[in-house]
Ligand binder design. Structure first.
Ligand code: G3I
Length: 351
């Protein structure tokens, strides 16, 4: 089945290579500059691979993550229904161009289709039925990309942001308790024993949440659960984390002795709920300094960090546009809307 998708991609999916001057093809790409430190990746949609962004991706990045196409809802909209088209097109592009591929994400409270939690009578499923569905989902999805996806975000954002809660009170947690987390890792490992299995979360620079993440991973490791790495999403801003906060964050995660990846890096130019404003020189200067600080810290822990993945390709389009403030355009990445490197790109690549 996947082989057919691969053939159709070669025939139907022409790769649109942007012209050289758009992305400075004569300058070494991020992946080249960081070749001896860690893989540089980017989260993509199937559509982006058919536009001028494909050329930028090939010049700058060595790994892809499916931004949405491999999530539970998009790929498994009905109990007997799988939708592989988007995920296959990203996998085909990675294979065609020799890029590494990260899978995102096998178990996430957000975008889990409703059918997962309802039994035949429309009532809330039992723990047994939910775990058997989760096993079926993970086994099918991981099995399809076995040997192509080198690392999976197995469980995403299971830890609560509330100071008085450890686990997020999701339906997975309400029905199964914390057991769903270890089961998800066991199902993924059984489906592809070679894949690196990550726990992925955000707000990792918050010491209270970080402590909860680290304690959970230690507990899972002590039980022999195959957690190979931790994903620090890295949705930061020009205001935080400060260099000491980032250094303390990375130092704490290094103490786990497992693979560390920055999985969803972007640097917003606003405070969380700040009203929209033009992209000013001051914002750009702060963003340039923040990216410089971040990559200096990543290089310092380069032996423990195996990959840094940007969440979206360029300022042309980002999940931060209209989020959390509707109508607010953001400028969180290293390339502008015309795919040209910003000052922050040069701050990251010259050290
Ligand atoms: O594909 C449908 C389209 O058919 C429909 O017309 C449209 C309007 O309803 O929605 C489209 O789906 C949207 C999808 O992005 C693809 O664009 C969903 O509504 C929207 O909720 C979804 O947002 C994604 C979000 O995760 C929720 O899944 C963002 O693009 C994506 O960047 C964001 O990424 C997450 C990571 O997976 C986990 N870490 C946090 C990060 C940011 O929230």
């Amino acid at each position: 089945m996947f082989r057919k998708a691969l053939i159709s991609f070669f025939i139907l999916g022409p790769v649109f290579i942007c012209s050289a001057q758009q992305s400075g093809v004569d300058t070494p790409g991020l992946k080249d500059v960081y070749r001896n430190y860690f893989t540089i990746g980017v989260a993509v949609s199937p559509r982006a691979l058919k536009t001028d962004e494909a050329g930028l991706i090939l010049r700058q990045f060595g790994s892809l993550t499916a931004e949405n196409a491999m999530k539970m809802g998009p790929v498994h909209p009905g109990e007997q229904e799988y939708n592989w088209a988007g995920a296959d097109s990203i996998a085909s592009f990675a294979r065609q161009h020799g890029l590494k591929l990260r899978g995102h994400t096998l178990c996430w409270h957000n975008q889990t289709p409703e059918w997962f939690f309802k039994d035949g009578a429309g009532l809330t499923v039992s723990k047994e039925l939910l775990l058997s569905r989760l096993k079926e989902h993970i086994t099918t999805v991981v099995g399809r990309y076995k040997g192509m996806i080198y690392a999976w975000d197995v469980v995403n954002e299971a830890i609560s942001d509330k100071a008085d809660e450890v686990y997020r009170n999701s339906l997975f947690y309400q029905i199964c308790g914390e057991e769903y987390i270890e089961r998800a890792f066991e199902y993924a490992h059984a489906a592809d024993p070679e894949a690196l299995l990550f726990y992925n979360d955000y707000n990792e620079t918050n010491p209270v949440k970080r402590r909860k993440i680290i304690d959970m991973i230690r507990k899972l490791k002590a039980k022999g659960v195959p957690v190979h790495g931790v994903g620090l999403q890295g949705h930061w801003s020009i205001y935080e984390p400060t260099p000491p906060q980032l250094d303390e964050t990375l130092r704490d995660f290094v103490s786990l002795g497992i693979n560390i990846q920055i999985t969803e890096l972007d640097i917003s130019v606003y405070h969380k709920d700040e009203v929209a404003s033009p992209y000013t020189e001051d914002m750009e200067a702060r963003q340039t300094a923040q990216y410089k600080n971040c990559f200096k810290a990543f290089r310092k822990y380069g032996k423990e960090i195996s990959a840094v993945t940007f969440w979206n390709i360029s300022d042309r389009s980002s999940w931060l546009d209209n989020f959390p403030v509707r109508g607010r355009k953001n400028y969180p990445l290293l390339f502008d809307k015309d795919l040209k490197p910003k000052k922050a790109f040069y701050a990251v690549t010259s050290f």
